[in-house]
Unconditional design. Sequence first.
Length: 81
Amino acid sequence: MESSKRNIYSFKFKDPDLRSLRNLVSQMHPVYKINFGKNYGNLLSILNQQVDHTALITLAQFYDLPLRCFTFYFQLAPTLE
């Protein structure tokens, strides 16, 4: 049985400055926030989320472009007792 080695890619993620956008949302009238929520769902909550870049890089290593999904290869071995 021949094992295949996965290609490892280098990824760089931009960390945009969202302070001005958060400030703009905080100045919105509550009625506009409600209407925005009706049209686009809970999209504004993304502005307050913290991003773990290590998790993104790790998940990106397992993304399979042709299949458009994540594939995880696990090596299963019997446990010797």
